[in-house]
Design a protein around this ligand. Structure first.
Ligand code: FMN
Length: 336
């Protein structure tokens, strides 16, 4: 399949693996790129720019296909040394960067001077238009369903994607709630040129996380995620667990007066506990509603091949079947 996104990033399939803290190591990114998608190393999981340079080199040893790096611009007072991270990205020969969080405007000249294609993750049409204006090459439109930070507007992809299609000139991928061939065809129908997946890629053989995490994803349903930190305007969709229930209790008690310090035990330093040690009750970690569509732990290649085969089947049979007057069957609806 060829789309504006496959052409922009020089990849075989229009599928991107979004940056994921403590998941987006070289093993994850290389597996996605080797399967024909765009794998992404999560820049800030590497504690220094030097460590990021090493992670890029490690990934280079595992794949000769294009892969990218995620740079998340955090709303913190003591910002990480972003210019040094960008230098590591440039010197590592990376040609695709996924930015997220705050606007990448201040860093666009450095990224563009290095010939890097920038795809900015946005949770609204206005932020997407700003990304287009400041020279981003593409946008990842992240709906309310998404794992991680959905912003504060609460617009799901069924509305957000066609709105983005009506306004944007640059290509965009659908992000949030994407899991299978149906997601891809739906996203394409609503104007996207591909899709970005987070949660679905965590439940794969190659994802370098504790097996407890993968089993928890297979077990959970679409009812098991919850929004936290709304009072801080830093809303995050996470998988419900004991630590998260404590967090929700504190949020109920404090109401609008909630401070980040009140919930540090439930949100700070949680990722290594969950992803490395498999402590599933440790606190808040990002997980999308799409968890309800995850029932197995395939290899990344099995997953991507299956998605592309399902998408082709839906387009060639189910959709054209409607035009040809065929009576639909249940089997054609349930592809997963
Ligand atoms: C475990 C996990 C960690 C994540 N960490 C980051 C991150 O550090 N930076 C970022 O930009 N997005 C992060 N995300 C968001 C993903 O890149 C992606 O936008 C999101 O997962 C898409 O929604 P989905 O989970 O429904 O596929 C994370 C998502 C998950 C599931």
């Amino acid at each position: 399949m060829k789309t504006a996104i496959t052409e922009l990033f020089g990849i075989q399939h229009p599928i991107i693996q979004g940056g994921m803290h403590y998941v987006g190591f070289a093993e994850m990114a290389a597996a996605v790129s080797n399967a024909g998608g765009l794998g992404i190393i999560t820049g800030l999981t590497q504690k220094t720019p030097e460590l990021l340079a090493k992670e890029i080199a490690r990934c280079r040893d595992m794949t000769d296909r294009p892969f990218g790096v995620n740079l998340t611009f955090l709303p913190t007072l003591s910002a990480p040394p972003y210019p040094e991270y960008i230098a590591a990205i440039r010197e590592g020969g990376i040609k695709a960067v996924e930015t997220a969080g705050r606007s990448p405007e201040a860093y666009m000249p450095a990224l563009k001077a290095a010939g890097i294609k920038v795809i900015h993750k946005c949770t609204s049409v206005r932020h997407s238009l700003k990304a287009e204006k400041i020279g981003c090459d593409a946008v990842s439109v992240d709906g309310f369903e998404c794992g991680g930070h959905p912003g504060e507007d609460d617009i799901p992809n069924m509305i957000l994607l066609p709105r983005a299609a009506d306004e944007l000139k640059i290509p965009f991928v659908a992000s949030g709630g994407m899991a299978d061939g149906r997601s891809l065809v739906g996203a394409l129908a609503m104007g996207a040129s591909g899709m970005n997946m987070g949660t679905r890629f965590v439940a794969t053989k190659e994802a370098p996380v504790h097996d407890n995490v993968k089993q928890a994803l297979v077990k959970a349903t679409e009812l098991d995620t919850v929004l936290v930190m709304r009072a801080l305007r830093n809303t995050e969709r996470v998988l419900r667990n004991k630590g998260v229930n404590e967090l929700l209790e504190i949020e109920r008690e404090k109401g609008a007066s909630l401070k980040i310090d009140d919930i540090l035990d439930q949100v700070a330093g949680v990722y290594p506990k969950v992803m490395v040690d498999g402590q599933m009750d440790a606190g808040a970690w990002s997980c999308g509603m799409v968890v309800g569509l995850i029932h197995d732990i395939p290899t990344v290649k099995e997953l991507i091949d299956r998605i592309m085969a399902e998408a082709e089947g839906i387009i060639r049979q189910r959709l054209t079947g409607f035009l040809d007057g065929e009576i639909e069957t249940q089997r054609a609806r349930a592809v997963a």
